[in-house]
Ligand binder design. Structure first.
Ligand code: OGA
Ligand code: NI
Length: 337
């Protein structure tokens, strides 16, 4: 495995990144006239905020939040540290990510299953769990020098924001507000993606069409376009808004809501001019957590449309089939007729 960011490529896209025509991004110029909803969290009527979040989660599975309470300075600092990390030489990155046992900090390129992929994706990534912080932080990179301090503070803010958004969602769905205050959300992870400028954006992708295997995801995407959401059979671009955060509903919340909320499919396209760095906060359950439609949302007229499964089995199905994650989990979640 060699990281994309440490290559000296000769200006052409290597064969292993060229997708078959049906998987290529198609028209790269996506009209921005239809965009995902933008929700102001400082709005003074919580009922209204809940309604907006619920509607966006049903219609799009995606929304952006503004006035979310996370300081702009912290967001900028975190983005700077993230960019500095990916700008370090490959060997430094490997050393900085090798401080703990397997899983405590992972560095990879393309997807988590590089060796099993039919073709590769144009991105590098580093990921590590971030709670409880004092147990996890000792395995994080120590270079750039401010990495632990800044990313640690950012992860605490993301944790608070994710709890707040999940409380809104609980109220909207009619679940008790502490429905997610348990094993369902206790293993959040930070992931810092980096998509270098790409020699042939029309032939490849930064990330293939997928739905996150999370409860929710909060994304800081910086200034560069690249994220697209699949809605009603077409792709919509997620326009970068300064200091907004992008929130998406994960597959697990789609299941827990018994299909009421949509774990939207999305992908990342590349561009030939600018590097793009993004920071994800993934809200994950513990491995042994049982994922199933919430009992309060299921009754005789609304039967469960998904089977119960252990989170670890779901993740395994995902990892085993990096090129088509939706096929991989279909069998696992579909109830017997
Ligand atoms: C992801 C993802 C979007 C982006 O990492 O799951 O969808 O813009 N990232 O990097
Ligand atoms: Ni994603």
């Amino acid at each position: 495995m060699e990281l994309l960011s440490s290559w000296c490529y000769d200006g052409s896209l290597p064969e292993s990144y060229v997708m078959p025509p049906e998987r290529r991004p198609g028209n790269l110029v996506i009209p921005l006239e239809k965009s995902i909803p933008v929700i102001d969290l400082q709005c003074h009527d919580p009922k209204d905020t809940i309604q907006q979040i619920l509607k966006a989660s049903q219609d799009y599975g995606f929304f952006q939040v503004i006035n979310h309470g996370v300081s702009e300075e912290l967001m900028d600092e975190t983005m700077n540290v993230a960019e500095e990390f990916h700008a370090m030489p490959g060997l430094d990155k490997e050393r900085e990510c090798g401080k703990g046992a397997n899983g405590s900090c992972k560095l990879y390129t393309s997807s988590y299953a590089y060796s099993r992929e039919d073709f590769h994706y144009w991105r590098d990534a580093v990921t590590h769990p971030c709670r409880p912080l004092d147990e996890r932080i000792q395995y994080w990179p120590e270079k750039p020098t401010r990495y632990r301090e800044v990313v640690g503070t950012y992860s605490v803010e993301m944790w608070k924001l994710s709890c707040r958004i999940l409380e809104f969602i609980c109220e909207g769905l009619g679940l008790s507000v502490d429905y997610f205050s348990n094993d369902l959300t206790q293993v959040p992870k930070i992931m810092i993606n980096h998509y270098p400028p790409c020699p042939a954006p029309s032939l490849t992708l930064g990330l293939s069409k997928h739905c996150d295997p999370t409860i929710i995801t909060i994304l800081l995407q910086g200034q560069i376009n690249g994220l697209q959401v699949f809605k009603d059979g077409r792709w919509i671009g997620v326009q970068p808004l300064p200091h907004a955060l992008v929130v998406n509903i994960g597959y697990l919340l789609q299941i827990i809501s018994n299909g009421k909320l949509k774990g939207a499919e999305h992908r990342v396209v590349t561009n030939s001019r600018y590097a793009r760095t993004t920071i994800c906060f993934f809200v994950y359950p513990r491995d042994e957590s049982l994922i199933e439609p919430a009992k309060d949302l299921v009754n005789a007229s609304n039967p469960a449309i998904y089977k119960a499964f252990k989170f670890v089995d779901f993740v395994t199905a995902f990892v085993l089939n990096p090129d088509d994650t939706s096929e991989a989990v279909k069998e696992l979640i579909t109830p017997n007729p």
